[in-house]
Design a protein around this ligand. Structure first.
Ligand code: 5GP
Ligand code: ZN
Length: 119
């Protein structure tokens, strides 16, 4: 079934509490936790509880949950006090763009200068 947990998925295991994570926010549909290898002073991942391999497939199947992920990205930025100085929300999509975990996730990055265009 689309959206069902995948046994071999790291982020499904974090959703189920089988792997520990530093959770900063939770909702009925999302979990936000600190990235294990932070690339900025604030680096939080916001994931849907449902398993979809990337943001576009989540948007196609569950558009309100993708909206939840984006709203939570904004709430994380407020909570982490980077909303005022600016932050970046990134969905790496595909191995060629650096995606390594194929469970949709938003990176919320802030607390330092963020170059544009990104690398
Ligand atoms: P991607 O490269 O797929 O866009 O992002 C995956 C992110 O997950 C990476 O930034 C990586 O550091 C993070 N990550 C990988 N394994 C773990 C883990 O076990 N716990 C946490 N908190 N983050 C992880
Ligand atoms: Zn998953």
């Amino acid at each position: 079934m689309p959206g069902e947990p995948q046994a071999d998925c790291l982020f499904c295991k974090i959703v189920k509490g089988e792997i520990p994570a530093t959770v900063v926010r939770e909702t009925e549909t999302t979990v936000a936790f600190r990235d294990i290898n932070p690339q900025a002073p604030t680096h939080v991942l916001v994931i849907p509880r449902l398993h979809y391999p990337d943001a576009a497939s989540l948007a196609a199947a569950e558009p309100t949950v993708l909206a939840d992920v984006l709203r939570e990205a904004g709430e994380v930025a407020e909570q982490e006090k980077v909303a005022g100085t600016g932050y970046r929300v990134v969905f790496n999509t595909g191995a060629g763009a650096g995606q390594t975990v194929f469970h949709a996730h938003a990176h919320v990055l802030g607390g330092r200068g963020l170059e544009w265009p990104p690398g």
